[in-house]
Design a protein around this ligand. Structure first.
Ligand code: ZN
Ligand code: ZN
Length: 388
């Protein structure tokens, strides 16, 4: 039955058209500010409506009728959503079935999507009755738009609900998703001891700042996690080893700089060519290099990757990162081919130099050059000056 005043989707389209026609550059500051906030509030209301519709579609099994594996998968495909966002909307719809005042306030624009999500986040399995009893208090905070106080109240509710011991422990979770920009986003949720273990390992592998390395803390921790994974992959039990090998597929012309083409990781898709060169420089990666027609010409670990004996010799000689001023110990280091093997560089100690993960990445960036005769090392940056 059409809503009073006409079909809501047609009305919505008309409103969106009117907004799209408005060019903010023609408007004074105050009007842009008002419009931005009002538009965001409109989107929040629509998200409340969408959550209810998504939940309803889920209850009716609409996705499975068209063969999708789940309602979230169906929505993701039909509406072009990320499946995590679709799942979150369905869950939000489910909870607003329980917390009806919160759902109504969300759809009416009295509370924001952020506030609705904070209330939804207070849920502890098996304690929906208690949550419903606390709804007025949480909703009151949500109406004030003080999200920090609301989040603290939601956290207090969770602790209170869990404290009677009846609540099942919330299982730890780790989500891997792909962002719109094609990057991989990792988000984890760990309790107590698991969190302590993960954080201890990340601290243990985080390289200390030094004068040649300007990375911010977040980047150091990200690099530490990658290092932990590299070490773990090197120590994977023998029977599972072929599953624990980072592998890339790259075509020869792309690798040698002739043309843009395929350079893909097994799980994550396209990889930046500088990173591919660095990955192929040392031993921890298996590779498949293909000819222009995509036929593999070089599969697996090549002889060009340093055998353990050669690596030991390089470690004994260099004793740590050779980048001037660094000196991080060998455990942090890769053996870098001064002349890359794709350009005929041999895998012998006069062409290999030990550098830490950070400086290895740096040396594979455009503009950096390395000259090495087996003893003396000269590194020049993109400005042509020698690093000393
Ligand atoms: Zn290298
Ligand atoms: Zn270094």
């Amino acid at each position: 039955m059409p809503a009073p005043g006409g079909d809501p989707i047609a009305l919505l389209a008309a409103a969106a058209d009117a907004l799209a026609r408005l060019d903010p550059s023609d408007l004074p500051d105050a009007a842009v500010a008002d419009l931005a906030v009002a538009t965001r509030r409109g989107i929040d209301r629509l998200e409340g409506c969408f959550a209810r519709l998504a939940r309803n579609a889920h209850v009716r099994g609409i996705g499975s009728e068209s063969g999708a594996s789940s309602t979230a998968a169906w929505l993701a495909r039909q509406a072009g959503m990320r499946s995590g966002d679709a799942r979150a909307a369905i869950e939000a719809g489910e909870l607003t079935d329980l917390l009806t005042h919160t759902g109504a306030a969300w759809r009416a624009g009295a509370i924001s999507t952020g506030a609705a999500r904070a209330i939804i986040g207070a849920r502890v399995e098996g304690h929906d009755d208690k949550l419903a009893a606390c709804e007025p208090e949480l909703l009151e905070l949500a109406r004030t738009r003080d999200l920090n106080r609301l989040r603290r109240a939601a956290a207090r509710f969770r602790k209170y609900a869990e404290s009677d011991g009846a609540a099942p422990r919330v299982p730890d979770g780790l989500h891997l998703s792909t962002s719109w920009a094609g990057r991989t986003v990792l988000s984890g949720d760990f309790a107590d001891l698991a969190a302590e273990t993960v954080v201890t390992a990340i601290h243990a592998y985080t390289e200390a700042p030094d004068r040649t390395d300007p990375r911010p803390g977040s980047q150091r921790r990200a690099d530490a996690l990658v290092r932990i994974c590299e070490v773990a992959l090197e120590h994977i039990p023998a029977g599972r080893r072929n599953r624990g090998q980072v592998s890339v597929v790259v075509d020869w012309a792309t690798l040698t700089g002739g043309s843009p083409g395929r350079a893909d990781g097994q799980y994550t898709g396209p990889i930046h060519l500088d990173d591919v060169h660095r990955l192929l420089c040392d031993t921890t990666v298996s590779r498949i290099v293909t000819d222009p027609a995509g036929i593999p010409i070089d599969v697996g670990r090549a002889k060009r990757t340093p055998p353990a004996r050669l690596r030991r010799a390089v470690v004994a000689r260099d004793q740590g990162c050779r980048f001037p001023g660094c000196g991080r110990p060998p455990g942090w280091c890769d053996a870098h081919h001064v002349r890359h093997w794709t350009r005929g560089g041999p895998t012998d100690s006069r062409n290999l130099v030990l550098v830490c993960g950070y400086h290895h990445r740096l040396l594979h960036r455009p503009g950096w050059t390395v000259a090495f005769d087996g003893e003396e090392l000269h590194i020049r940056g993109p400005d042509g000056g020698e690093v000393t």
